[in-house]
Design a protein around this ligand. Sequence first.
Ligand SMILES: Cc1cc2nc3c(=O)[nH]c(=O)nc-3n(C[C@H](O)[C@H](O)[C@H](O)COP(=O)(O)O)c2cc1C
Length: 325
Amino acid sequence: MKTRITELFGIEHPIIQGGMHYVGFAELAAAVSNAGGLGIITGLTQKTPQDLAKEIARCHAMTDKPFGVNLTFLPIVTTPDYPGYIAAIVDGGVKIVETAGRNPQEYMPLLKKAGIKVIHKCTSVRHSLKAEAIGCDAVSVDGFECGGHPGEDDIPNMILLPRAADELKIPFVASGGMADARSLVAALAMGADGMNMGTRFIATKEAPVHDNVKQAIVAASELDTRLVMRGLRNTERVLNNSAVERLLEKEKALGDKLTFADVIAEVAGVYPKVMSEGLVDAGAWSCGMVAGLIHDIPTCKELIDRIMRDAETLIRKRLEGMLAG
Ligand SMILES: Cc1cc2nc3c(=O)[nH]c(=O)nc-3n(C[C@H](O)[C@H](O)[C@H](O)COP(=O)(O)O)c2cc1C
């Protein structure tokens, strides 16, 4: 399939694996890229720019296909060494960066000078237009369904994607709630040039996370996510568990008085415990509503091949068949 996104990134299939904290290591990025999609290493999971340089080198050793690095600009107490991370990306020969969180304007000159294509993750049309205005090459439009940070507008993809299509000139991928060929074909129908998946890629053989995490996603239904940190305007969609229930009780009790210090126990330092040690109840970790559509743990190649095969059948048989009357 050829779209503006496959052309822009030099990939075979219009499927991207979004950056994920403590999930987006070289093993997953390489597996997705080798399967014809675009794999992405999560920059900030690497503690220093030197560690990121090593991770990029590991990924190059596992694939000769294009892959990207995610740089997330979230409210973190101490600002990471972003120029250092960008230097590691440039020196590592990576040509695609997925940015997220705050807009990346400050770093655009550095990225553009190195010939890097930037895809910015946005949860609204206005942020997407801003990304276009500051020179991003594409956007990843994240609907309210998404795992991670859906923003504060609460607009699901059924509305957000056609709205983005109406306003944007640069290509965009649909993100949030994407799992299979139905997601891809629907996303294309609504004006996207591909799709980005997070949660679905965690439940794959190559995702370098503890099996407990994969099983928890397979066991979860679309009813099992919760929104935490709304009161802090840092909303995160997470898989429900005992720690999340405790956190929500606290949020309810404190109301407007909630501060970041009140949520630290349930959100800080959780990812290594969950993803590496498999302690899935250790705290709040991102997961999309799409868990309700995930029932197996295929390889990335099996997953992507299945999506592309089924998408073709959907388009040629179901949709064309309807037109044929
Ligand atoms: C466990 C997990 C960790 C994530 N970490 C990040 C991150 O560090 N930076 C980022 O930009 N997005 C992060 N995301 C968001 C994903 O890249 C992607 O946008 C989102 O998962 C799409 O929604 P979906 O889960 O419904 O596919 C994370 C998502 C998950 C599920």
